[in-house]
Design a protein around this ligand. Structure first.
Ligand code: BGC
Length: 437
């Protein structure tokens, strides 16, 4: 079985570079104003809203702050981060501030359906012209540009790409349960069988956190059981949320729930994954920002922890991208544009992503630049170039915020035992109705 940790060969990297049209040398920071103090216009504070407020995520933001200070020294970064992984608090606050015409200068959002909320409400500007000014049109892969474009216009600038269908596992715990860490389970049934072995060995099979982490686990089980095409059909009406295929996936989800440690159901992702880091639990499903948490704890990839696609989703890349906006009525629009320049510049993307666990949204990195990244990230770059891209529900790529919020609520009820499987499925189907056009 192929683990994500399989070493990407130089040949595979060259192929990926060729596919992405890159590899012909670093042209340095993109754009007219990047890479120095060229931009002398404007000045003042630039209020940046993210949910990278703590831990490894905060360290990533600090990298961007440093490059911003270097590239645009006439502006001052103002950290307006709002705590809560997955944007669990930030999105609510943003929605209230935007509705009250009190926007920050720029804010973190997700490429894909989530942006449509802000676009429909005319709360963010079309930034297509910046793609020309910063020479970004060829810097990003088409898969990403497609998910950013609405009616021919682009409303945000991505800083990174994350993968959400990743199992993080503690090999020592697996070995104690008689499971070969090298042998990746082929499907959800085989994975559940392994979890049962962990339970028999007296260890925690899988941990889970607050509602959005529950929704993220759910989307990966749906991918595993439905396959990429039928999973995609959940968002265009061609797969029925109330149908038997989804019921089967929910039965798997319920079986995993029965094996999970439910003591962290209201906790954020970092405390929820911590038992895996510490060697007290076998598995956690989390986006690849988790790699930064393991690394910050001094753990070594391939030794202290391993990662593999959620069983049944090998060859699928559960995609999400953080993407920054220019809100309508931003007080410091020039400052926001300077921020968008920094986060899209090669220098900014390399510095930030190395620390964040994500991969650069830009696909024009040289082999040398790629080699600066950790092994997990190099493997993720290869997967992003080769796999079938499917969109995350929990992280705004597949569904608008209103839909993912309702699905979060449905998950929370199910995990707390306040709904049964039939009730859960009915609530998910109900939430999905808002997507039917
Ligand atoms: C964001 C990531 C972040 C994660 C956990 C996701 O929605 O895209 O950048 O690390 O939430 O907070």
């Amino acid at each position: 079985m192929k683990r994500i940790s399989a070493i990407a060969s130089a040949a595979a990297l060259s192929l990926l570079l060729a596919a992405c049209g890159g590899g012909d040398g670093d042209k340095g920071s993109a754009g007219s104003s990047g890479g120095g103090d060229g931009d002398k216009s404007g000045g003042g504070e630039v209020a940046v809203v993210t949910w990278w407020e703590a831990g490894s995520e905060k360290k990533g933001l600090e990298e961007l702050e440093t490059i911003f200070a270097d590239q645009h020294s006439n502006f001052t970064f103002k950290n307006a981060a709002i705590a809560g992984g997955g944007g669990s608090q930030a999105k609510q606050k943003l929605s209230a501030d935007l509705a009250a015409s009190n926007p920050p200068d720029t804010f973190q959002a997700h490429a894909g359906a989530e942006l449509s909320d802000y676009i429909d409400a005319m709360q963010i500007e079309d930034v297509s012209d910046l793609y020309d000014e910063f020479e970004l049109r060829d810097a990003f892969p088409d898969t990403l540009i497609d998910r950013l474009t609405v009616d021919g216009k682009i409303y945000s600038v991505p800083s990174n790409v994350h993968r959400a269908n990743v199992v993080w596992a503690n090999p020592a715990v697996l070995e104690e349960a008689g499971i070969d860490p090298e042998a990746q389970p082929a499907d959800i049934d085989a994975w559940i069988a392994d979890m049962e072995k962990v339970k028999e060995a007296g260890k925690t099979p899988i941990t889970i956190g607050m509602a959005w982490t529950q929704l993220q686990l759910l989307e990966t089980v749906l991918m595993a059981d439905l396959g990429a095409d039928a999973y995609n059909g959940l968002f265009d009406g061609s797969t029925d949320w109330a149908g038997p295929e989804v019921t089967k996936a929910l039965e798997h989800y319920e079986a995993i729930k029965e094996l999970a440690d439910t003591s962290s159901l209201t906790e954020d992702w970092e405390p929820a994954i911590s038992p895996v880091i510490e060697g007290n639990a076998a598995y956690n499903v989390m986006g690849d920002w988790a790699v930064a948490a393991f690394d910050s704890a001094g753990k070594t990839y391939g030794e202290d922890y391993i990662a593999f696609p959620v069983p049944g989703t090998d060859g699928m890349f559960d995609f999400l991208a953080d993407s920054f906006t220019l809100p309508v009525g931003a007080k410091n629009a020039e400052g926001a544009k300077a921020w968008l320049d920094t986060i899209s510049s090669k220098e900014g993307q390399i510095a930030f992503n190395k620390v964040k666990g994500s991969i650069p949204a830009r696909s024009d990195l040289t082999d040398e630049e790629k080699a600066e990244f950790g092994q997990y990230q190099q493997d993720a770059m290869t997967s992003f170039g080769e796999d079938t891209i499917v969109s995350s529900i929990a992280h705004g790529a597949a569904a608008p915020v209103a839909v993912s919020n309702e699905m979060n609520d449905a998950c929370a009820k199910f995990w707390e035992g306040a709904s049964d499987l039939a009730g859960f499925q009915a609530e998910l189907a109900d939430a999905a109705k808002a997507m039917a056009k």
